[in-house]
Design a protein around this ligand. Structure first.
Ligand SMILES: Nc1nc2c(ncn2[C@@H]2O[C@H](COP(=O)(O)OP(=O)(O)OP(=O)(O)O)[C@@H](O)[C@H]2O)c(=O)[nH]1
Length: 357
């Protein structure tokens, strides 16, 4: 696998007061081996959030003061990232990882798109992942808010904060709610003030959330935990927890052991992107394609979807397609039928397994 020499960037998002600054400060204050630069997005013209960040003695904190990052994203963010590079070159500033803390009102979609579309920054940076901090104490009240749903939908990792303030049954309710909106993102539940920084590092860094050649097994397992066989051995699967999530936000998990025809899959994904437009926020997964010795990796953010070659299938490994679609108003049956058209008849391996949650 090619070694990436660009600097990994993590987007830290989450609702107002959820604990984003607390999380970022843990990485700034405590030793863990990485040197961090922070881009801090302020909502007002005069920022205050940066005041709460621990100063590291170097000029590694950049404040964006022109309002909400999701509204002015391209220019401002690209400039801030380039400014860090210039500081590094001119003044020997050292950092090997960047965290972008968005405002609690930001939709991370356009921020993510900047990394996929701005060629000026790709020589220096790559997007490692989106981490969404969820306030356990207020999550259930926030579920109807569009920005909260967006932040969860795009998450590669979720950190549930303030677990110290919640009874176990209330925490279980939050867990179920999050699984309904985003079944693929692994979750760390924590009191952000006391959880060991090592645990935060392991959960938040190197998620490879946007790698084109790889989807972490942890994410696929997480998505599959929300599906259960209807009856033993009949090959049909049903969603677990469907309907628990909020009104219009839906996560569809498509699973199939039959190989998919790649040309048809390209057409099917184009059709889904065309049909759902901006309502399809994120899609991701691996594909068992006909006549391919390696898995294919699907990575999509809004209208940009890529399918690339991934790791080789190992001998005797069960080959399976797992695709997760997250967005607003996704129609389960429509997605199931559209992707089902790509399955190659008679090529199903073992027991047939196919589902959309
Ligand atoms: N008890 C408890 N308090 C927490 C935890 N995480 C954060 N807090 C507190 O919650 C408050 C808000 O935390 P911040 O880190 O400022 O939240 P934020 O998301 O950066 O807030 P905004 O920038 O306003 O969106 C602070 O008083 C934190 O000390 C936690 O796990 N447990």
């Amino acid at each position: 696998m090619a070694v990436r020499l660009t600097t990994p960037v993590t987007i830290v998002t989450g609702s107002l007061g959820s604990g984003k600054t607390t999380l970022v400060n843990r990485f700034l204050r405590e030793p863990h081996g990485a040197r961090i630069a922070v881009i801090e997005n302020e909502l007002g013209a005069v920022g205050v959030d940066a005041e709460f960040l621990s100063q590291t003695g170097e000029e590694t904190i950049i404040q964006l003061e022109n309002g909400c990052l999701c509204c002015n994203v391209r220019g401002d963010l690209a400039n801030a990232l380039q400014e860090l590079v210039q500081r590094a070159q001119a003044r020997g500033l050292n950092f090997d990882r960047v965290l972008i803390e968005t405002t609690g009102l930001a939709d991370p979609g356009p921020v993510i798109q900047t990394f996929l579309a701005e060629t000026a920054i790709e020589a220096w940076y790559h997007l490692d992942g989106v981490v969404t901090v969820v306030d356990a104490a207020h999550a259930t009240q926030q579920t109807e808010r569009t920005e909260f749903q967006h932040q969860l939908g795009y998450a590669d990792r979720i950190v549930v904060s303030k677990t110290d303030l919640l009874a176990p049954d209330a925490l279980a309710e939050v867990r179920a709610l999050l699984a309904g909106i985003n079944p693929r993102a692994p979750v760390l539940e924590a009191d952000l003030n006391t959880v060991p920084v090592r645990q935060l590092v392991d959960h938040v860094f190197d998620t490879r959330g946007f790698a084109n050649d790889y989807v972490p097994a942890e994410e696929l397992r997480q998505a599959l935990t929300h599906l259960r066989p209807l009856t033993e051995g009949d090959g049909k699967w049903r969603p677990v927890g469907a309907g628990r999530h909020t009104a219009d936000v839906r996560a569809c998990v498509y699973v199939s052991d039959a190989p998919l025809e790649l040309d048809l899959l390209n057409a099917a994904i184009d059709a889904l992107v065309g049909h759902y437009g901006p309502r399809l926020w994120r899609c991701k997964g691996i594909v068992h394609a006909l006549n391919h010795r390696s898995r294919l990796v699907v990575q999509g953010v809004q209208g940009l979807v890529q399918i690339n070659g991934g790791m080789m299938w190992r001998p005797f490994e069960a080959r399976r397609t797992v695709l997760v679609f997250i967005g607003q108003g996704l129609e389960t049956v429509h997605i199931q039928r559209t992707l089902g058209l790509c399955e190659v008849p008679g090529e199903r391996a073992g027991s047939a397994q196919k589902a959309v949650a």
